[in-house]
Design a protein around this ligand. Structure first.
Ligand code: NAP
Length: 689
């Protein structure tokens, strides 16, 4: 029985299109807070080679048949369904020892991450199957040979091995970029909290939204899974540095040069700026943030603050303020509303944390908390993995070793003092690479010196001060648009970071050839590729428009009167347009010149087709450059070419990007930019038919 009066659930793995149990009864997984058996787990006898093949042969082709926007919409639909079922996940979350607030980061933070990826992908990536990266590289003078970097989904399976502490977020932050890239996944949660991940995967699969083979889960030991990975597969690992190193060097990973991303532990530091004396808002914010980071999830966060680096003069004040806060943190059963800190994930983990504190105590004194017990507001400290928050102080951090290298994965951190900014940075660097560091200062010079020192050793640095006190997302929160991961000890991997994360699951290839054939590969028009000039392209709906559709306009002369009229009308009477002598003194001009925005406006006047039609709106320009000055009497001509077509899913229109080139009477390029428009899929539309 599991403490809720129900029999412990035998967990299953979803492999090869079915939920399957391993042989036997499975090993017990205990409720972290009550010690009752919560679930039974085991994968003995499951065929992991076949699971990988199922993903490669069934999931991969189905995902690759979809466009990026179709995959993103699929994830949005999954995320919304999961949000509807979150209470079930919260209930299960208590068994991990986490309070409801802790669970919020994992559950709603995880679903939010999925939804953020789904929306960013539709906003930032084209609705295609092949991505391009960077500009076209012209490789010949006559536009007959060029190159373009492209990204295509890998043809294998992404195996995501996760740590116990974020059973929901840890899975969702990894499968979101993978599925958007078009690659199927096998997730392997840590056994200790796999029951929560398993429920979420059940609910995802029950929606029927994902194609077969897109998502599988291994609940229990990974067995020989990693023996069968090959060159098109990817392995991502989140967990301890020691397990990560072992898996990174497993024979099949090495033999096939399998991409292996490692997010390991780290000794994250938070620094109190030299300016942030007691009594300042930054001092108070720092104390609050450190105590929060030590106690959220009972300190079992990869980003939790382990080292508290403070100015010499304020060390006692920090210890005093922190000790008071930590001692008044109520510890108890995670579902007890009076408890602010729940239990560690298991009694074994508590023992491990305590033994690490003993190692740290060889270099640092314990100044708050005790290894011998904890006052509880509820629960039983014999059965549940409860522990008091522990604060240590290291008197000689410059020569110390353990405080910079031993990760006690619980509510434990060490205070250490510094003399000046350089020493603060040097101490932080002794962690040999961390996921995140934070600095609390209200002084721009301190921010510059410390952050530039920290950056090479960190994946993320947060600056806290009074101005961002309310809006800051905090030291410990990785965010979907930002890089998560750090160098060295932190594993060297890099996750999320917005659409950068999607590219981890794609192959980057430099493709060289004629513009015509490159365009055929990428679906984007480029200089030198064929063009079609029949009817005005603004008269074509998306159903008729093709890349390469082009209009070359008539010419229009720019006169003195035009420039003066534009200047008066807009108020832009900058001297280079108005004063011949002053303009000639300018290093770039021989005389008065036309306004750049006048050129862009005249260009629009030349290329638009004015009658109502399939072009619905102009929503901006990209990469606008004015390249040659336009003098009075010069003639402008525009060449507008359809460059990229992005039909929007679930809408009657799409986005069209046009290459716009404005030239003068000498064929010199005066302005170059992309014009962005919304175009109807059909014209006339049903409404105005
Ligand atoms: P762990 O013991 O290293 O386990 C991590 C994962 O590796 C688990 O899923 C585990 O599965 C699996 N694993 C172990 N041996 C394996 C093998 N031979 N083949 C395949 N998989 C294997 O770490 P943990 O105790 O779960 O997590 C705590 C650690 O993770 C802390 O050190 C923390 O700092 C780190 N962490 C880092 C991040 C980050 O983003 N950098 C995030 C969270 C946590 P089993 O459970 O089934 O053994």
């Amino acid at each position: 029985m599991n403490g809720t009066g129900t029999a412990a659930r035998r967990l299953e793995s979803y492999v090869e299109g079915a939920w399957r149990q391993g042989h036997g009864d499975g090993k017990p997984v205990l409720n972290a807070a009550t010690g009752d058996i919560h679930a039974l787990i085991g994968t003995d006898g499951l065929d992991f080679r076949a699971a990988l093949e199922w993903g490669r042969e069934v999931g991969g082709p189905a995902l690759r048949a979809m466009t990026i926007h179709e995959r993103a919409l699929m994830l949005k639909a999954v995320g919304l369904k999961l949000m509807d079922q979150k209470e079930e996940f919260y209930f299960e979350n208590f068994a991990t020892g986490a309070t409801r607030k802790d669970g919020w980061i994992d559950i709603e933070g995880g679903i939010g991450t999925l939804l953020t990826f789904a929306s960013k992908a539709r906003r930032e990536l084209p609705n295609t199957k092949v991505l391009t990266e960077g500009p076209v590289e012209p490789l010949s003078r006559d536009s007959s040979f060029a190159a373009q970097h492209i990204l295509t989904p890998l043809l294998g399976v992404a195996v995501h091995i996760n740590a116990f502490n974020f059973p929901v977020w840890g899975m969702l932050e990894k499968i979101a970029p993978t599925l958007i890239a078009g690659m199927p996944c096998i997730v392997k949660p840590a056994s200790q909290t796999a029951y929560l991940t398993e429920i979420v995967v059940r609910r995802i699969l029950e929606t029927g939204i994902l194609p077969d083979g897109a998502l599988q889960i291994v609940t229990g030991s990974a067995g020989d899974l990693l023996d069968h990975v090959v060159e098109q597969d990817v392995v991502t690992f989140t967990g301890s540095a020691s397990t990560g190193q072992k898996l990174k060097s497993s024979p099949a990973v090495l033999k096939h040069s399998v991409r292996f991303t490692m997010e390991a532990d780290s000794l994250n530091a938070s620094i109190l700026g030299i300016d942030a004396a007691p009594g300042t808002e930054e001092f108070d914010l720092f104390v609050k943030e450190v105590s929060r980071e030590m106690t959220v999830k009972a300190g079992q966060k990869c980003t939790a603050i382990r080292r508290i680096i403070v100015p010499n003069a304020h060390e006692d004040a920090v210890i005093d303020a922190l000790s008071r806060r930590l001692a008044s943190t109520p510890v108890g059963l995670p579902d007890d509303e009076n408890a602010r800190m729940g239990a560690l994930v298991s009694l074994k983990d508590r023992e491990d944390v305590k033994s690490k504190v003993s190692v740290l105590a060889g270099e640092a004194e314990i100044v708050s908390g005790s290894l011998n017990g904890v006052d509880l507001v509820s629960g039983d400290a014999e059965k549940g993995a409860f522990m008091a928050p522990m604060l240590l102080r290291c008197a000689n951090p410059v020569v110390a070793n353990a405080v910079h290298s031993v990760e006690a994965f619980g509510p434990v951190a060490t205070v250490m003092a510094y003399q000046d900014n350089d020493e603060a940075v040097a101490l932080a660097q002794k962690g040999r690479g961390s996921l995140v560091s934070s600095l609390f200062t209200n002084d721009g010079r301190v921010a510059h010196d410390v952050v530039t020192g920290l950056a090479p050793f960190h994946g993320r640095v947060l600056i806290g001060n009074r101005r961002s006190a309310k809006s800051s997302t905090g030291h410990g929160s990785p965010l979907a648009p930002l890089v998560h991961g750090g160098p060295g000890r932190a594993g060297g991997g890099e996750e999320m970071g917005g659409m950068r994360g999607v590219k981890h699951f794609m192959q980057r290839t430099a493709v060289q050839g004629t513009p015509e054939l490159l365009s055929a590969v990428t679906g984007q028009w480029m200089e030198g590729a064929p063009v079609r000039a029949d009817v005005h392209p603004f008269r074509k709906s998306l159903a008729e428009l093709r890349i390469g559709d082009q209009i070359v306009t008539r010419s229009r002369e720019v006169s003195l009167e035009d420039v003066e009229h534009f200047a008066e009308f807009t108020g832009d009477t900058f001297y280079a347009h108005m004063d011949s002598e002053a303009a000639r003194a300018n290093p770039f001009f021989d005389d008065r010149v036309a306004h750049g925005y006048l050129i862009a406006s005249f260009a629009a006047g030349l290329f638009v087709d004015p009658e109502p039609g399939p072009v619905l709106a102009n929503y901006g320009v990209d990469n606008l450059r004015f390249l040659t000055p336009v003098y009075f009497g010069d003639s402008l001509q525009v060449r507008l070419t359809c460059k990229e077509i992005n039909p929007r899913e679930n809408a009657d229109h799409g986005e069209v990007r046009w290459d716009c080139q404005v030239t003068n009477q000498k064929d010199e390029i005066v302005a170059q930019y992309d014009v962005l428009t919304m175009v109807a899929k059909e014209w006339p539309t049903a409404a105005n038919d």
